[in-house]
Design a protein. Structure first.
Length: 111
């Protein structure tokens, strides 16, 4: 007699794979550094703020995936410089490969 066991529900990840989140964060941090160092930073301030909001969003997603303490996801796009720096440092401490320097954000407190 053959018995068939029914498998449980298929387990799917809640978000993007951590490798994708890490790669996105590295790319966004590199882009942010390039924009901030640009001689035309005043002309691209809006783009710089958009990149900072994307960094906040990806950092919170990575924190959720790694079980790292993080601000509420609804605030991800408006984190302060201090909050984002602390979150990125905690992600790096948890093993996420990030650039060694990621604390140069806009000085107006936007992020």
């Amino acid at each position: 007699m053959i018995r068939w066991w029914r498998r449980g529900p298929e387990v799917r990840p809640a978000g993007l794979p951590i490798e994708r989140l890490a790669a996105d964060l590295r790319r966004l941090l590199r882009l942010h550094g390039e924009l901030a160092a640009s001689a035309h930073a005043a002309l691209c301030a809006h783009r710089l703020w958009a990149v900072e909001a994307a960094i906040g969003t990806r950092a919170v997603e990575a924190a959720e995936a790694l079980g790292v303490r993080h601000p509420d996801a609804s605030r991800a796009e408006s984190l302060t410089v201090t909050e984002l720096s602390v979150l990125l440092a905690e992600l790096a401490s948890a093993g996420l490969a990030l650039p060694g320097r990621f604390g140069q954000f806009t000085t107006d407190g936007r992020l």
